[in-house]
Design a protein around this ligand. Structure first.
Ligand SMILES: Cc1cc2nc3c(=O)[nH]c(=O)nc-3n(C[C@H](O)[C@H](O)[C@H](O)COP(=O)(O)OP(=O)(O)OC[C@H]3O[C@@H](n4cnc5c(N)ncnc54)[C@H](O)[C@@H]3O)c2cc1C
Length: 459
């Protein structure tokens, strides 16, 4: 066994790992990032692929603008890639058998809407908003108004923030208002526009990788960490496999890479692949175990076309209950991020860890069959709502994977784990999702990276 040593080893080259590595290398730390996929996989779940001469994303359709990713780029002196989103979030929602303008939902109820939505986001402190973490948005709005339009608007927000949760109104009001307030504070306006990246969402990883390498950091791709090594309550490094098994059951030899600080930037649902839960304090391990597979799994289908008339490009569409799938789903469309004569329309449905198809059991035939049926029923449904999108598509891409952990009361805020792993000195967990994340998705990863950098640098 050989050994090498670093100031900090980061396991995982997704947005969380890259953001943190960029901040730490900029501050002069000797950092090693280990990523199991190839270089094209840097960016993790936010990485983009290519098809028909254009970028396609791993399901991501609009980053939540919360200021934290911008803050990291500012600190490392890099430019954010261009935002190619032209429309605002004011799309249409199919509720009660008819399409309704989202803006129109509250047009006749502005005073009541302002009282419930704007006042909370503008006038409440972050601490007061945190008190709403374990309150669902349905409960929040029902306690404050009888106005059906405002209640419907909050149900739409449940879809927007909770994705297409089967029970969207279960979304945490604290999480919702934290995000809205954060965008208001950093952008100076209420959220109305998402951030769609020129070159695909994976283009955000490029300047981070550049910065890490310019500042002396090292990124090893194609390197899978098999274990985080802990001795006497202190992290000492990681073990990486050296070579591939030559027979199916070979136990391959490992190399130890040493560091006094190790950061796991793998998703929480992968954590027990590399960390022995007996090393953690029992409370922390229980919490992690409770959360680690409470995933929302995104089924996504994207169609490529070159006929702009197949879609009106004015914003997203939200369908409360599809006639064949029986599920809520969302849709959005965009000019291709690097070819404005072509278009993509992406549709997504969230399934939960409690039902079929389950991403962690997808190798089982019954789960594969459930996923196939979902996609096939959905195709019929999409064609009925948007004639031509399916039948005239030049290409189609289907995907299924964990998007995030559920953000319902009891599973957010103080119920989440701290970044600092209790019971193991020098170990930090920044994978989705820790209490410092607050906002969802890529911006949540950025927010956690900022918090972890400040702990590690002892600021
Ligand atoms: C379909 C879909 C749609 C989404 N839509 C949006 C959206 O619209 N807006 C938004 O902001 N966010 C969205 N997200 C969420 C967003 O992609 C994630 O929140 C974010 O990318 C998480 O980054 P991360 O670094 O925490 O985790 P990851 O990206 O999962 O990174 C973890 C990395 O660790 C690596 N790894 C795992 N195990 C090992 C190991 N043993 N050794 C070495 N490396 C390892 C993995 O290969 C991966 O690269 C979506 C996600 C999906 C899947």
């Amino acid at each position: 066994m050989s050994t090498e040593s670093f100031d900090v080893i980061i396991v995982g080259g997704g947005m969380g790992g890259l953001n943190l590595a960029a901040l730490l290398t900029k501050a002069g730390k000797r950092v090693l990032v280990l990523e199991k996929s190839g270089r094209e996989g840097l960016g993790g779940r936010a990485a983009s692929g290519r098809t028909h001469d254009s970028a396609i994303d791993n399901g991501i359709k609009g980053l939540i603008l919360a200021g934290s990713q911008d803050e990291i780029f500012r600190r490392i002196g890099k430019e954010m890639p261009e935002n190619v989103c032209r429309w605002t979030n004011s799309g249409k929602v199919f509720m009660g058998g008819a399409w309704k303008d989202i803006d129109g939902l509250v047009r006749g109820s502005l005073a009541e809407f302002a009282k419930v939505y704007m006042t909370t986001a503008k006038d409440w402190t972050y601490e007061q908003i945190e008190e709403l973490d374990d309150v669902s948005i349905e409960q929040f709005v029902q306690e404050r108004t009888n106005d059906e339009n405002v209640i419907d608007f909050f149900r739409y927000l449940g879809w927007l923030f909770g994705g297409t949760l089967p029970i969207p109104t279960d979304y945490s009001a604290g999480m919702l208002f934290y995000s809205v307030k954060k965008q208001l504070d950093t952008l100076g306006e209420f959220p109305s526009k998402s951030y769609w990246v020129k070159g695909g969402s994976g283009a955000i990883a490029g300047p981070l990788v550049e910065s890490i390498e310019e500042n002396g950091g090292e990124i090893r791709t194609g390197t899978s960490v098999s274990r985080i090594v802990v001795e006497k309550g202190r992290v000492v490094g990681v073990e990486v496999d050296t070579g591939r098994p030559r027979v199916p059951t070979e136990f391959v030899d490992a190399e130890i890479l040493e560091a006094p600080v190790v950061v796991s930037a793998v998703a929480i649902w992968d954590i027990f692949n590399i960390l022995n839960e007996d090393d953690l304090s029992p409370w922390y391990a229980d919490r992690l175990r409770h959360l680690h597979r409470k995933t929302l799994n995104d089924a996504t289908v994207t169609y490529g076309h070159s006929d702009p008339s197949l879609w009106d490009h004015t914003g997203p569409r939200w369908v409360q209950q599809g006639p064949h799938t029986g599920r809520p789903w969302c849709a959005s469309s965009l000019e291709y991020s690097d070819d404005t004569s072509k278009y993509e329309a992406t549709f997504w449905i969230q399934t939960g860890w409690w039902e079929k198809p389950d991403i962690f059991r997808i190798k089982e035939a019954s789960h594969k069959a459930a996923l196939r049926k979902l996609f096939d029923d959905w195709d019929r449904e999409i064609e009925e709502f948007f004639p031509g999108i399916v039948s005239k598509a030049e290409w189609k891409l289907r995907s299924f994977g964990p998007a995030t952990l559920i953000e319902t009361p009891g599973n957010v805020g103080r119920n989440l784990i701290d970044i600092r792993a209790e019971g193991v000195d020098g170990l930090y967990l920044i994978g989705e999702r820790t209490s410092a994340a607050k906002v969802m998705g890529v911006y949540g990863s950025a927010q956690v990276a900022i918090a972890a950098a400040s702990m590690i640098l002892g600021e």
